[in-house]
Design a protein around this ligand. Structure first.
Ligand SMILES: [Ca+2]
Ligand SMILES: [Ca+2]
Length: 200
């Protein structure tokens, strides 16, 4: 009878030791897993830290695309550089046309508007001689009278058929190539014409 108790006690202690040992191993695994979650959390906060930046960029873009009115017309500076033909198509999709600059005052207004939106590169306007060399035409069919060519421009012949403003002097025009990518100014006959195509 005594021997039986001894055997049972030994077995019991052995089992208990085995259980404790298993539990310790499990605990170690849990701790190891917990250790791994810390870097994940850090990465999450790093990503979250970047989210306001995206928001800020959207807000900045919305600010850019907010129309500015002048004498009943509206103007939007599109900072994304595009080829002239693509800029023209984009302007039309927005409900407007590449800026048709027919007076000194409008010319200065367009320059100032671009600068106010932090666009300092040369910008496309809606003037082209693609249909016939030297026959400059506004995209909206308005009569071509006012011009503000840089000295020595236009000089590109058949190689340069699209007009940029501010190539050298901010207010002056240059005939540029079809493959150059530039920001541009879109003009609208009314602020009501402005379509927000940024989310489509
Ligand atoms: Ca030309
Ligand atoms: Ca030129």
């Amino acid at each position: 009878m005594k021997i039986t108790w001894v055997i049972l006690t030994v077995v019991g202690v052995g089992l208990l030791a085995a259980i404790v040992w298993q539990m310790t191993k499990l605990e170690q695994r849990i701790l190891a897993l917990e250790g791994r979650t810390a870097p994940v959390e850090q990465r999450m906060s790093a990503v979250e830290g970047r989210i306001p930046t995206v928001e800020q960029r959207v807000l900045a873009l919305e600010g850019h695309l907010k129309p500015t009115e002048r004498e009943g017309h509206a103007y939007v500076v599109v900072p994304t550089p595009m080829r002239w033909v693509d800029a023209k198509a984009y302007a039309e999709k927005m409900g407007g046309y590449l800026a048709v600059v027919t007076t000194e005052g409008e010319n200065q207004f367009v320059v100032d508007l671009a600068r106010s939106k932090n666009v300092h590169q040369a910008i496309w306007i809606g003037l082209t001689d693609e249909a016939g060399e030297g026959q400059w035409k506004w995209v909206n069919g308005e009569v071509f009278e006012f011009s503000a060519w840089e000295q020595g421009e236009p000089n590109g012949g058949r190689g340069e058929n699209y007009v940029v403003m501010g190539h050298l002097t901010p207010q002056k025009w240059n005939d540029g190539t079809g493959w150059a990518r530039q920001p541009f100014v879109v003009e609208f006959n009314s602020v009501k014409d402005v379509k927000d195509i940024t989310t489509k």
